[in-house]
Design a binder for this molecule. Structure first.
Ligand SMILES: Nc1nc2c(ncn2[C@@H]2O[C@H](COP(=O)(O)OP(=O)(O)OP(=O)(O)O)[C@@H](O)[C@H]2O)c(=O)[nH]1
Ligand SMILES: [Mg+2]
Length: 196
């Protein structure tokens, strides 16, 4: 299960999305939150996904194929450092169009840095996922950076920001460095794609 991973393509325009119809796990969230690192960490690969040295510069939608039956889609991150109005508009448009056009999204993973408050673009993304009825999982990420007490506070805070989020249900945590929370996330993937 989840043993074979291949990079498929980088797409810059929605008209170039792969024609192959596979169910998709779509990674979204702020730039630098750890989306690409998650791909490498969860699948035990060193450099399947490219970790950009200049966060926020990646504009492509990157497709990876898992076990020849699932696409993992790495969307460009939003809001690194100072976000220009133009960049915000570009991002909103791209993400909205992506989710509106795509018929194959099985699960969106919305990454939030466990050390920081969600931004207005995080709220915008959450609203859009709910409006389009896309199944989503919020991942409180980089939890290796937190002490136990800080993690407890972060878990509590996130359910205040996103009242629909419920721990263990549509809210989980992760650390790409320590792989904390990997089991729960992999169980979620298995139940979606490897139903007994
Ligand atoms: N401590 C810690 N660092 C992490 C973790 N995940 C990612 N990082 C670091 O955070 C930085 C950004 O990680 P990326 O995976 O490139 O983030 P991204 O969300 O793909 O960023 P964009 O491509 O700009 O959208 C890198 O320096 C990673 O090494 C984590 O779980 N813990
Ligand atoms: Mg990335």
């Amino acid at each position: 299960m989840f043993d074979k991973q291949e990079f498929v393509t980088s797409v810059y325009q929605l008209s170039d999305l792969p024609k192959e119809n596979l169910p998709e796990i779509v990674l979204c969230g702020r730039s630098n939150v750890g989306k690409s690192s998650f791909i490498n960490s969860i699948f035990n690969r060193k450099s399947l996904a490219k970790i950009s040295s200049t966060p926020g510069k990646t504009r492509s939608i990157n497709y990876y194929r898992i076990d020849e039956k699932i696409f993992v889609v790495d969307l460009p991150g939003y809001g690194y450092a100072k976000t220009s109005l133009k960049e915000r508009a570009y991002w909103s448009h791209l993400i909205d169009e992506f989710f509106s056009a795509s018929k194959n999204v099985s699960l969106a993973l919305h990454f939030i840095d466990s050390r920081h408050k969600p931004t207005d673009l995080d709220f915008q993304l959450n609203e859009m996922l709910r409006r389009l009825e896309v199944p989503y999982l919020i991942i409180l990420n980089k939890i290796d950076k937190l002490k136990q007490s800080e993690l407890s506070a972060a878990k509590k805070n996130i359910t205040e920001y996103f009242p629909e989020a419920s721990y263990g249900d549509n809210l989980l945590h992760y650390s790409s460095v320590k792989k904390t929370g990997k089991k729960q996330i992999m169980q979620r993937f298995s139940s979606l794609f490897y139903k007994p």
